[in-house]
Design a protein around this ligand. Structure first.
Ligand code: FAD
Length: 391
């Protein structure tokens, strides 16, 4: 399918460019350029979200009835593309794009009225409590339990790899509410205030030196039953609905095109027959193919069609290309790529070379995780094998 933008959509693109030119501060741009992790730091992302909120643009994918923009999928695509090109931080999806759609569909009126405005304004900051030690790809085997006690559930267990739990004031969690049912049937979806007694957060420092993920422990944590989203023991259906948003189309091609420009600048002085130049040419071809695929998928979304296994194909292509690109960048920089903003704390040395390249090794190391989170590469291949190849 061809993705074509109407005149109104072209005019909307100009409107977005104008807003970015007026509102995106140099400070936010500089902090975004230094980001080597999946999400920008909370301070940076929330500062940008608050600016957008004053213009009514924070709920990019929200319907108007909940205070969102009510934009079409093409408008969202344009907004995300232009934001990336202008150097704006991505809005943190945990509340805005993951929990919010769940509350639109399954939340009670009270839950919607209380939580949604606070997600939109950035007052509440959420994290996602799905994975556990031993339950990642096989999520339905999760063991964190919630036992009913009057008007409360008492939650015990642990969640791991919880991104930004150190910043979050709330966590949405999958918990087991029926120990005897088959795995998927005994799970419920709970909203938990991180300030509740019994919740503790332990940092996990990655090999990139980042504090991005955590382990969260629940020790007799009392959670009001009214904080359950959807019916008891039907949390699996709610969770799957949320994951559809985690794995949506997106504008990854624009990010990879920008990465390609940066890489080409770096390789400019090398002779044409240099191994890294050949590799960059191959990468450029793959980025073009991915761009075509992404616009094709965007056209499908705009036409109201489902992405099917396309989302899995895209996930693997995007993470694979991002990893190859950051590897090539690091090899091209060689010595100048090594000292970087995060590893510097190990020896407190100044970085060498241009400041913009000091993110190279951080990005390279952090990118290793992209083929694990949001459904690992092998799990995506299983989906493709089943749905496309019929295996
Ligand atoms: C940076 C980062 C951030 C994350 N953030 C969050 C978060 O905020 N909240 C959250 O809940 N989780 C988060 N996760 C967890 C993530 O969802 C899990 O790591 C992921 O689902 C894989 O689970 P696992 O780590 O338990 O690995 P496992 O499932 O144990 O997998 C180990 C290996 O076995 C392979 N494998 C597993 N099953 C199969 C199979 N059936 N067929 C073939 N191969 C298989 C996997 O591909 C992998 O290579 C994050 C992870 C990372 C790395």
């Amino acid at each position: 399918m061809e993705l074509e933008f109407t005149e109104e959509e072209q005019a909307f693109r100009e409107q977005v460019r104008q807003l970015l030119a007026e509102e995106l501060t140099d400070q936010i741009k500089a902090a975004t350029a230094k980001t080597t992790t999946v999400f920008a730091d909370k301070d940076v992302a929330i500062a940008w979200q608050k600016i957008l909120h004053t213009r009514g643009w924070a709920g990019v994918s929200w319907p108007k009835e909940f205070g969102g923009t009510g934009w079409t999928s093409n408008q969202r695509y344009i907004f995300n593309q232009e934001s990336l090109r202008a150097g704006a931080p991505g809005l943190i999806p945990l509340g805005l794009r993951m929990l919010a759609p769940v509350l639109f569909k399954y939340g009670t009126k009270e839950q919607q009225d209380y939580y949604l405005p606070k997600i939109l304004s950035g007052e509440h900051y959420w994290c996602q409590g799905y994975s556990e030690p031993g339950s990642g790809s096989d999520l339905a085997s999760l063991k964190t339990r919630a036992d009913k006690d009057g008007d409360y559930y008492v939650v015990n267990g642990t969640k791991i790899w919880t991104t930004h739990a150190q910043f979050a004031d709330h966590i949405f969690c999958l918990v087991r509410t029926d120990m005897d049912a088959r795995p998927q049937a005994g799970i419920s979806f709970l909203l938990i205030d991180m300030d509740t007694p019994g919740v503790t957060v332990e940092p996990i420092i990655t090999m990139a030196g980042d504090h991005e993920v955590n382990q969260v422990f629940f020790d007799n944590v009392k959670v009001p039953i009214t904080n359950r989203v959807g019916p008891e023991n039907e949390g699996w259906t709610v969770a799957k609905y949320l994951l559809e948003f985690e794995r949506g189309g997106g504008t990854a091609a624009t990010g990879l095109q920008l990465g390609m420009q940066e890489l080409n600048l770096l390789l400019d002085d090398l002779p044409e027959e240099h191994e890294l130049k050949k590799r960059a040419t191959e990468l450029a071809i793959e980025v073009d193919a991915l761009t075509q695929m992404e616009t094709d998928m965007q056209a499908r979304v705009a036409a109201g069609k489902s992405l099917g296994s396309g989302a899995s194909l895209m996930k693997n292509m995007v993470s694979g290309l991002g990893q190859q690109m950051s590897t090539t960048r690091l090899e091209a920089l060689a010595y100048y790529g090594l000292p970087h903003n995060n590893l510097l704390w190990l020896n407190e040395q100044e970085g060498v070379g241009e400041e913009r390249h000091q993110t190279a090794i951080g990005t390279y190391l952090n990118n290793r995780a992209s083929s694990i989170f949001g459904g690992s590469k092998e799990v995506q291949k299983n989906i493709i094998a089943k749905t496309v190849l019929g295996l």
